[in-house]
Design a binder for this molecule. Structure first.
Ligand SMILES: [Zn+2]
Ligand SMILES: [Zn+2]
Length: 344
């Protein structure tokens, strides 16, 4: 099959012929129809996250945000049939460990994914099957492999955002814009912060009531002014020291900070925080990781009914050959919105 391969950290990825994955006995092979390019793959290409024990074996195929059609199922698979349209969840729980059995299968991610290729694997297929309604096309669905669902879990499940609350989102890349749209759909007042007016323009389009360019204004002061004392919920959708700290400093008393972004070489997993303020203001700091497979029907239903529209975040569709360009551009934050590969 055709695939984009990472041979070495920091070196250009190359499109080449690669062996097709074998179908696990309890898994399925998916013909990839659309595959989103997420910043997490930029992190892996940079060699990040060794500090949390994450080091892919090279050479490897990245790409963890895709949708397609079930091509083949393993002999132990009972409910999933070839021909079914699917979104492939980023977190594919085993279905049997303690995390999975207690409803936290997003904490169980042991396998790599290969979305920058013609075929990928859905592991533990009966447990992780997320059927895609006919009304939602593959390009729109692909973002629900990672970024859109990650924001959904952060805003609804971890953040418990309500309609009478204010939410500030730091970083308007794919996951940040998704958080803006989802929090807006819940009825919350959303303030988006970024350094790029083009991204803030898109944030406005998907629902932000206010936008703040952190290059031109002190974003913390702006948020405190706009909310008369601080937001109820803050989201760091990027994961650098500045956005993490600013996000926490933007909260009112008893506010909740949600950390979605993972750090870079600059932080190596460590960020200094205003911890006395966390005590005095009784702030909550909440992490959020991917989503459980069982949450897909609820999310897809909201998309089908038009309450959520991941499509609005997709700014370009490209052939596999152009995917590495997009990853490279992420070093300088050039990309606006979500790029999706739809030609293999
Ligand atoms: Zn991702
Ligand atoms: Zn498990």
């Amino acid at each position: 099959m055709k695939a984009m391969v990472m041979e070495e950290v920091g070196k250009p990825m190359v499109v080449k012929d690669w062996p097709q994955p074998e179908c696990p006995a309890d898994g399925a092979i998916v013909r990839v129809e659309a595959s989103g390019i997420c910043r997490s793959d930029w992190h892996l290409w940079q060699g990040d996250w060794g500090w949390i024990g994450f080091r892919p074996r090279l050479p490897t195929i990245l790409g963890h945000e895709f949708a397609g059609v079930i091509e083949e199922v393993g002999k132990d698979v009972k409910t999933v049939k070839p021909g079914a349209r699917v979104v492939v969840p980023l977190a594919q729980g085993c279905g049997t460990c303690g995390d999975c059995r207690t409803g936290h299968s997003n904490q169980c991610m042991s396998q790599g994914m290969t979305g920058y290729a013609q075929y990928g694997v859905l592991h533990h297929a009966d447990f992780n099957f997320a059927p895609l309604p006919e009304k939602i096309d593959f390009v729109e669905a692909s973002s629900m492999g990672c970024r859109y669902v990650t924001a959904f879990h952060a805003i609804l499940d971890q953040g418990q955002v309500r309609s009478d609350e204010s939410v500030v989102v730091y970083g308007c890349g794919g996951v940040g814009l998704s958080a803006v749209q989802i929090a807006t759909a819940l009825g919350a007042r959303v303030i988006a912060v970024d350094l790029d007016d083009r991204k803030l323009e898109l944030a406005k389009k998907v629902g932000a009531s206010d936008v703040v360019n952190g290059k031109k204004t002190d974003p913390v002061k702006a948020v405190l002014d706009l909310t008369r004392g601080g937001a109820d919920v803050s989201v760091d959708a990027l994961g650098i020291a500045a956005t993490c700290r600013n996000s926490i400093l933007s909260l009112r008393k008893r506010g909740r900070h949600i950390q979605i972004g993972l750090t870079t070489q600059g932080e190596k997993g460590e960020v200094a925080l205003p911890i006395d303020q966390v005590v005095f203001k009784e702030l909550q700091i909440v992490g959020s990781l991917a989503i459980q497979s069982f949450r897909y029907p609820a999310l897809l239903d909201m998309v089908e009914r038009g309450r959520l529209a991941p499509r609005e975040l997709i700014t370009e569709t490209i052939p596999l050959e152009k995917a590495f360009n997009v990853i490279q551009q992420m070093s300088s934050f050039e990309n606006v919105g979500i790029s999706v590969i739809n030609q293999f």
